[in-house]
Design a protein around this ligand. Structure first.
Ligand code: GLC
Length: 473
């Protein structure tokens, strides 16, 4: 088609469009929503709720992960012993240096709250085998260090005082216990002289420790297994946790499938792709790019990256656990603390877009955004930094009554007309218009669109009560 032909075609198409709307025009002129693109697994659905006291986890969905252990004194990586090839006897000299005089669990919880976080998960025993509680089953615990106090007790008391759910991380792999069958597999030491590996006895030790953790520290809201190298299946272990702590949610890295999946960092990009999940998910990520434990020379993720990562999961009905590593004194250093604080400033402004919101990304073909829905509002999560001021929501074509940028409350312009690039359909689609991309390039923008009604959206996107929607798992 030559240029003249194009202009004629465009001119013919435009008057035919029922809604040539400009900023602020009312939805009385709205037209029917075009058929959504084929939905992916879990799009427009909520994952199944538990229907019991574990459902706290669906109300408090952003948590703080804390990696703390002997490795924090050295300040390189939580797997210093293995990745650094440090002989056990030398590594364990750190035990005599454990004396975190600045440890104040309330300072951690204050920071978590400033980040908008509502639960915490502590590494009670990482792969190094050092136990942060008064366990009777190995002397390799905080009571026998110069510090001489029960770290977990203090955190548990602080959590219970402010009704802050406490979850416990526990590594199955153990680089200290002479019973653990270290065979040089991934995340294992080579066989160590003097060890007497015995998996059955090690599992008895492990069960005894789990019983201590689930008995002596009041309410435990979650159990976070890690590094089950042996891949032993034994549902009796989670059954014991459930009997002792019925509100505890249990992850999928233990002795059976547990309650939820744990995509970690962004190693597995397949989790980025779907626009909804069919299983319960808690993504985990550290503010540090290399380590979960405190690292002196750490580089940190940008605020834009972290906010987008959080939005990517929270907009798909998933939880998010963000980690910071206290140093050997027990202090979360200034840099990660500042990052968490700034994440919180963002999270508090935008969280209405996540809380009790239904994934609704199926309404648009635009793969750079995620959408959630609550009542008659849609939230557009710009998880991919927009290329410019325009964000297309094709084939969605309903005019909002109001459009607001949650990041600062300013009105957002929009258009519902035929974009030159979309002219072939001869149909108008909704677009966000003149977004303030320059001013918000360091964060993740989320726009709320309020409608008079979203009744035309189709059943998958209109379920009203998240608590009652049992659609998957
Ligand atoms: C990885 C790390 C481990 C860390 C865990 C947290 O598995 O190797 O050290 O504790 O992530 O999910």
């Amino acid at each position: 088609m030559d240029r003249r032909g194009f202009l004629q075609a465009a001119a013919a198409a435009i008057p035919a469009a029922p809604a040539m709307m400009m900023l602020g025009e009312q939805s009385a002129q709205s037209q029917a929503v075009a058929a959504p693109p084929a939905a992916e697994a879990g799009e427009g659905t909520l994952v199944s709720r538990f229907g019991d006291s574990r459902d706290w986890w669906f109300k408090k969905r952003f948590g703080m992960f804390v990696h703390w252990g002997l490795y924090s004194i050295a300040g390189w990586h939580e797997q210093l012993q293995w990745r650094g090839g440090v002989p056990r006897a030398e590594y364990e000299k750190l035990f005599q240096q454990w004396n975190p005089q600045q440890y104040n669990p309330d300072a951690w919880l204050d920071l978590a709250e400033s980040a908008g976080m509502e639960y915490i998960c502590l590494t009670t025993k990482h792969h190094e085998g050092f136990c942060l509680w008064d366990t009777k089953l190995t002397p390799f615990n905080t009571m026998n260090t110069p510090y001489g106090k029960d770290v977990l007790r203090q955190l548990a008391d602080a959590c219970h005082r402010r009704n802050f759910p406490l979850c416990l991380y526990y590594s199955v792999a153990d680089w200290h216990s002479p019973l653990y069958p270290n065979q040089g597999r991934s995340h294992e030491l080579a066989p160590q002289p003097g060890d007497h590996p015995d998996l059955a006895k090690y599992l008895d030790f492990l069960k005894g420790q789990v019983r201590e953790l689930c008995t002596n520290y009041g309410k435990i809201s979650g159990f976070w297994w890690d590094m089950r190298v042996d891949k032993v299946v034994d549902p009796s272990i989670n059954a014991m946790i459930r009997a002792l702590q019925p509100s505890a949610v249990i992850n999928n890295r233990g002795f059976d499938e547990g309650d939820f999946g744990t995509p970690e960092r962004d190693y597995d990009r397949s989790y980025d792709q779907p626009r909804g999940f069919r299983q319960r998910i808690e993504a985990c990520q550290s503010v540090g790019m290399e380590s979960w434990g405190y690292r002196k020379q750490e580089d940190y993720y940008s605020l834009r990256y972290l906010t987008s990562s959080i939005a990517r999961y929270r907009a798909r009905d998933a939880n998010y656990l963000l980690n910071a590593g206290p140093d050997g004194d027990g202090v979360i250093p200034a840099m990660p603390a500042e990052i968490l604080h700034r994440v919180g400033q963002w999270y508090k402004l935008v969280r209405e877009a996540f809380d009790d919101a239904m994934p609704a990304s199926a309404i648009t073909a635009n793969r750079d955004v995620l959408i959630t829905r609550k009542g008659n509002s849609l939230y557009v999560h710009l998880v991919q930094p927009p290329d410019g001021g325009e964000v297309k929501l094709r084939p969605f074509a309903l005019a909002p009554d109001r459009a607001v940028l949650l990041n600062d409350g300013r009105p957002v312009e929009w258009r519902l007309d035929i974009a030159p690039m979309e002219w072939t359909d001869h149909k108008p689609y909704l677009r966000l218009h003149r977004l303030p991309v320059e001013g918000f390039s360091g964060t993740t923008m989320i726009v709320r669109l309020d409608f008079a009604s979203l009744a035309g959206l189709g059943p998958a996107l209109t379920a009203a009560d998240p608590g009652k929607s049992i659609l998957a798992q």
